[in-house]
Design a protein around this ligand. Structure first.
Ligand code: NI
Length: 389
């Protein structure tokens, strides 16, 4: 038995690693220095099965337990930073201008390294642990998690279950949040071009004004959410880009509308794609205009499997006690590319409290290192719970 105190020494070490990574952030698929740092650390823990260069800069390392044969479970951390100018004012602020660890991936990497060191020393489990350090969690399709799955890591390393973790500002340090089923949303994007007929702004009857048609399409999309979607199911359609010509006295010949679609249910993605096209086309045709419609599928919803969610809850409760694990956490429609790994194998994704920091993706964000021992402890507990000797 061990509680979080067991991991305090490792926390001190992981804090140094985390701050080094924070100072040296790298963008998606360019995590070369980060990958080198991770690989050297893993080797220094006595781990000799390390494969690098997966999906550009990704790494998978295997640790075998001393409890005999058994399945292999995957633990995943992400390594990429964001194109943000840091404003945390910490001594370990980014040394790479315009790039910043604003989503805690520095902490995720440090926590999985901490767990690797502990597990490689104790090996108190049967079967194997596959440590997955993935590049490029943040970008849209094809992101790093997708590419690692495409490159066959699940089959190649014999991974039968896979687990992810993300820090969460607003949940207290030392607490966890999880739920079975959908926990994060999908992310799809769309482009609509409304093609009318331009002309003099003083003679609208001689044009087909795409600006007015675009305005109706935008409202029509919102009515799809409010009038055609089951109110107990979540669908968000946000128009985020709108562009027409720039003159006061010219009606343009086309208008471009773009935005994002989020949902927790895979079926609602098909619904959104079909119905958005129908609304845009129907409104445009009613006024004699045409539309071009593109629906771009990116990350699917992150959906926790029930059996692995129970394992995750048991492991977290073992570490911090029953009352500190919220097993019905409020879901978010933010997207997470760990979803691809959960499509490939059963598993669970858990949120780890990071206290009252700034929000993720905010220039003032910084990972609170007090969370490190909880993250390390969770990984260790999870392995020893899922692969008992
Ligand atoms: Ni993130």
């Amino acid at each position: 038995m061990h509680n979080v105190e067991t991991f305090r020494d490792l926390q001190r070490e992981a804090t140094e690693w985390r701050r080094y990574l924070h100072e040296n952030p790298e963008l998606d698929f360019q995590e070369h220095n980060t990958a080198k740092f991770v690989t050297e650390k893993l080797a220094s823990f006595g781990i000799n099965h390390i494969e690098t260069g997966i999906a550009e800069t990704g790494i998978v390392a295997l640790i075998q337990g001393e409890g005999g044969d058994g399945p292999t479970i995957g633990l995943r951390a992400d390594m990429d930073a964001l194109p943000i100018v840091e404003a945390s004012n910490k001594p370990w602020s980014s040394k790479n201008p315009g790039i910043m660890h604003a989503c805690g991936h520095d902490g995720h990497t440090a926590m999985l390294l901490g767990a690797a060191k502990y597990l490689a020393t104790t090996r108190n489990f049967k079967g194997s642990v596959a440590l997955i350090f993935q590049p490029a969690e943040e970008p849209e399709f094809p992101s790093g998690g997708f590419r690692m799955v495409q490159e066959g890591i699940m089959d190649r390393f014999g991974i039968s279950q896979v687990f992810g973790m993300h820090i969460y500002p607003g949940i207290d340090i030392g607490k966890f949040g999880i739920c079975p089923g959908p926990i994060m949303g999908s992310q799809d994007d769309f482009d609509i071009v409304v093609k009318g007929k331009g002309g003099h702004a003083a003679g609208p009857h001689r044009t087909i004004d795409p600006v007015v048609i675009a305005a109706q399409i935008i409202l029509g999309l919102q009515c799809l959410v409010s009038r055609k979607t089951d109110p107990l199911e979540s669908l968000v359609i946000s128009v985020t880009k709108l562009s027409a010509a720039q003159a006061y006295n010219i009606i343009p010949d086309h208008v471009e509308i773009s935005g994002t679609v989020r949902t927790l249910l895979p079926g609602l993605r098909d619904f959104a794609e079909q119905e958005m096209l129908a609304v845009a086309q129907g409104i445009a045709r009613g006024f004699g205009a045409d539309v071009e419609f593109k629906y771009l599928r990116s990350v699917p919803p992150t959906i926790n499997h029930s059996e692995q969610t129970k394992l995750a809850i048991t492991a977290a409760q073992d570490l911090v006690g029953f009352a500190s694990v919220n097993d019905a956490v409020k879901v978010s429609l933010g997207a997470e590319d760990f979803a691809y790994m959960l499509e490939a194998r059963p598993g669970a994704y858990i949120l780890l409290g990071n206290g009252p920091t700034a929000d993720c993706h905010n220039p003032a964000f910084d990972f609170d290192d007090e969370a490190l021992s909880y993250g390390i402890g969770y990984w260790v507990k999870l392995v020893e719970t899922a692969l008992p000797v």
